[in-house]
Design a protein around this ligand. Structure first.
Ligand code: SAH
Length: 282
């Protein structure tokens, strides 16, 4: 099906009774991996989540589509039910593609699904994807690491299984030790999260970016600060899915907003960190 557009090479075959657990990337179909594309061309059935763009499924016109995400405010199907559905499909002898937004092993419960499959004797292949916290920020012109800013980055979920701000997270330690903090699923609890970071000593003036539906045509980026994020998000009426980035790397967007440059805008600031010529300090 799609084989003809894959580069030459020996691409793996999705065999009957197998489940391939693939990342679909953050949205833009161009951010699929070739392994994911290869899987889309072979699958009998695609079990996909809410964050997977419909146009990506068009790469699998032959496949049955099974939606496994939230819809219309209803709770998402239980994780166990999804995993067992995958087991059942594989046992029917289907070529099963389990497609998840971003990377299946980054806040995506891919580990749980793969574990259940393997516990049930189902052969699996894992295909990583571009995670929203890296690729989504890149589409906003924010490098998740930048030599003048950070030598580490912390990926955090703003939700735990109970839907609360994760009680298991030590926000004080994160505030103290994390140069740049990338928060998934943080919109609902943005007030608690920004409050906890400031209580732990992060300045209210620290740059924050909120990137919604990153890498899609409806991507929006809000540049704000820890102190003003709650108010600005409320005023902007931005909706999830959103990645929140806390740290000075957000300033790099002033020069690296490549989508704005492609539209003909000029960079707002060629040297937002005030370091002079980057090459000169190499
Ligand atoms: N496995 C996914 C994350 C799943 S958790 C990954 O690696 O990207 C779901 C959260 O991911 C969302 O609440 C949001 O915080 C983030 N997310 C996923 N896709 C996104 C997108 N296109 N734009 C912004 N945030 C996104």
């Amino acid at each position: 099906m799609t084989r003809h557009i894959l580069p030459h090479g020996d691409w793996p075959r999705l065999e009957q009774g197998w489940v391939w657990l693939c990342g679909a990337g953050p949205g833009d179909p161009g951010l699929l991996t070739l392994h994911a594309l290869n899987a889309l061309g072979q699958a009998d059935v695609v079990v996909y989540d809410a964050l997977v763009q419909e146009e990506i499924l068009d790469w699998a016109p032959q496949a049955e589509r099974i939606y496994a995400g939230k819809r219309g405010g209803k709770p998402s199907p239980l994780q166990r039910d999804i995993s067992l559905r995958l087991v059942a499909l594989a046992r029917e002898g289907k070529r099963v593609l389990r497609l998840k937004g971003g990377d299946p092993f980054v806040f995506g419960r891919g580990g749980e699904e793969a574990q259940t499959l393997i516990q049930n004797g189902i052969p699996v292949r894992i295909v990583p994807g571009i995670s929203a916290g890296i690729g989504g920020l890149a589409y906003a012109g924010i490098p998740v690491t930048h030599r003048d800013v950070n030598q580490s980055v912390t990926f955090v979920t703003g939700h735990d299984q109970s839907g609360q701000t994760p009680g298991s997270l030590d926000w004080e330690a994160i505030a103290r030790g994390s140069q740049v903090i990338v928060i998934y699923m943080g919109m609902k609890h943005i007030a608690q999260i920004t409050g906890a970071l400031m209580d732990a000593g992060r300045p209210a003036s620290e740059p924050v970016a909120v990137v919604t539906t990153a890498t899609t045509a409806s991507q929006q980026v809000l540049e704000t600060t820890l102190g003003t994020a709650v108010e600005d998000v409320a005023r902007s009426a931005l909706e999830p899915p959103a990645i929140i980035c806390v740290g000075r790397s957000v300033l790099m967007r002033q020069v690296l907003d490549w989508q704005a440059l492609a539209r003909g805008e000029t960079p707002r600031n060629l040297d937002p960190l005030g370091r002079g010529d980057a090459a000169a300090s190499a």
